[in-house]
Design a protein. Structure first.
Length: 218
């Protein structure tokens, strides 16, 4: 099966499994989504969703978040990994939103990535899920599955994103990146599948016998 054929099978199977994939991070608007995505770095969405209700009740706007300050923000997000760094990022990005963007989340990759704690993946999630702009955020699940499914060589996440964008139509990017994440969590986990066990891996590579060694994202 050629790479393009594998991509078509993947798209069809995932659309069948997850026809309307929900956004896994709880949020109310673009700002609360941005905050949740920043908090999700090296942390599960479930854990983020446990701490954000109290935080958003106290500070659901850039102005309120900036006035809260990093030390107070820390008290809400302490259970999360890298909490101190994330608290500083949230205080800093909120201040910049107030001072430079009229308390609004900017709608360009360049402006988003200029905010503290916001890299390309975070900006891509916000652009896709808050503003409907086609993007293909690559997290560890997507990076792992793209290698297992022979869609990329796995050199780094930037290359993985580039390879996936070439293979799939732009109209499906925003849903597909969520569909791959959900599949990776449910069926093709890091330890539960080695490229030979889940349904899609077996369908794409029926003769594969050796485990796929995935390169960690860089």
């Amino acid at each position: 099966m050629k790479k393009v054929e594998r991509a078509n099978v993947i798209k069809m199977r995932l659309e069948g499994l997850y026809p309307d994939p929900p956004i896994p991070l709880d949020h109310h608007d673009a700002f609360t989504l941005l905050v949740a995505v920043v908090l999700s770095a090296q942390c599960t969405d479930k854990k983020v969703n446990e701490v954000t209700p109290a935080l958003f009740e106290r500070a659901s706007t850039p102005d309120r978040m900036s006035r809260l300050g990093d030390q107070k923000i820390l008290t809400f997000i302490k259970p999360l990994g890298l909490a101190r760094q994330k608290a500083k990022h949230l205080a800093g990005l909120s201040r910049l939103l107030v001072e430079q963007h009229s308390s609004c989340v900017p709608r360009t990759f360049e402006e988003l990535e200029a905010l503290p704690g916001v890299g390309h993946k975070t900006a891509s999630v916000v652009m896709a899920q808050a503003f409907g702009v086609p993007a293909f955020p690559v997290d560890t699940h997507i990076h792992r599955l793209a290698q297992r499914w022979g869609l990329t060589n796995g050199t780094n996440v930037k290359q993985t994103e580039k390879d996936l964008k070439k293979l799939f139509p732009v109209t499906c990017w925003n849903d597909l990146h969520l569909q791959i994440i959900f599949y990776g969590r449910e069926f093709c986990t890091a330890r539960g599948c080695d490229g030979t066990k889940c349904g899609l891996c077996q369908e794409l590579y029926p003769n594969r016998r050796r485990p796929v060694v995935c390169k960690k994202p860089s």
